[in-house]
Design a protein around this ligand. Structure first.
Ligand code: FPP
Length: 256
């Protein structure tokens, strides 16, 4: 279902001031973009639809954002799809989201694979995630494991604090002595130590918070908050976020 107050098409018409990839391609590009896909419930409520319809409509936004990243040549994208706190949502919605994420993989993995996207998942594989969902996740990882054009990480049953707790558990299990605990020791035990930290984090729907997303990794990320509700997000919103990013001065605590 498409929003009727927003043209969901990715193309541009004459006189259209929406950004294209060419508008930002010359500037410094983020290597890793992470998105908090927020606003599906509000998008649905505004249309008198159940929240789940908002999630369903979010699929097109997700795919178009990935297309936009591919167009720009961004090699790492991370999408927050389900948090360790999202189990608190109504049971019907949680059930829907599990099935939705499973079916999304089944329906979309081949096309992502053909585009050279490697699919990975960050998060806890605990008892709450249905076995059939884990199976689809493993199949998608296996299918796309050799792709390198872009790595799409779905943060699923993911929490930034849980990730740090899991890293600390590994440190302890590895018998690392206190004096040997440093940032490198922790980083190497995060879910994906090979993944560069996000340069840019985009959150939609006008909420200005992080909600437990990639807490370790976003220490020096640039944050862009967009009012658009996730189902209306299209690649031109990504390009606009990249343009914002290009206007920022990154200092990492130093001076320029
Ligand atoms: C964080 O806000 C947002 C998320 C964890 C994203 C959740 C996204 C979905 C459930 C939809 C996924 C859609 C697709 C297309 C796969 P929060 O609501 O967990 O935190 P808050 O309470 O602080 O706002």
């Amino acid at each position: 279902m498409r929003g009727d107050d927003e043209d969901a098409s990715a193309g541009t018409a004459p006189g259209d001031d929406r950004l294209t990839a060419a508008d930002v391609a010359e500037g410094p590009l983020p290597v890793h973009v992470a998105c908090v896909m927020d606003g599906n419930g509000r998008w649905a409520a505004r249309r008198g639809l159940p929240r789940t319809e908002g999630h369903a409509a979010g699929e097109a936004a997700l795919l178009d954002a990935v297309e936009g990243a591919l167009e720009l040549g961004i090699p790492w994208i991370t999408m927050y799809a389900f948090s360790t706190e999202n189990w608190r949502r109504p049971p019907d919605e949680v059930r829907y989201l599990m099935g939705f994420n499973e079916s999304l993989l089944v329906r979309r993995r081949d096309e992502l694979h053909e585009k050279g996207v490697r699919i990975r998942f960050a998060g806890r594989r605990d008892w709450r995630v249905p076995k059939r969902v884990l199976r689809r996740m493993d199949e998608s990882i296996e299918l796309t494991r050799d792709n390198r054009r872009c790595t799409l990480t779905m943060a699923f049953n993911y929490g930034g604090r849980a990730e740090i707790v899991d890293a600390v558990r590994r440190l302890v299990a590895d018998g690392v002595r206190p004096e040997k605990v440093d940032e490198k020791a922790i980083r190497s035990r995060l879910y994906y130590p090979d993944q560069p930290d996000p340069d840019l984090v985009v959150r939609t729907s006008g909420e200005h918070r992080i909600s437990n997303f990639l807490l370790w990794q976003i220490a020096y990320s640039e944050l862009v908050f967009d009012e658009v509700l996730w189902p209306d997000f299209r690649r031109h919103h990504l390009f606009a976020a990249v343009r914002d990013f290009q206007r920022r001065q990154r200092r990492y605590g130093g001076v320029t």
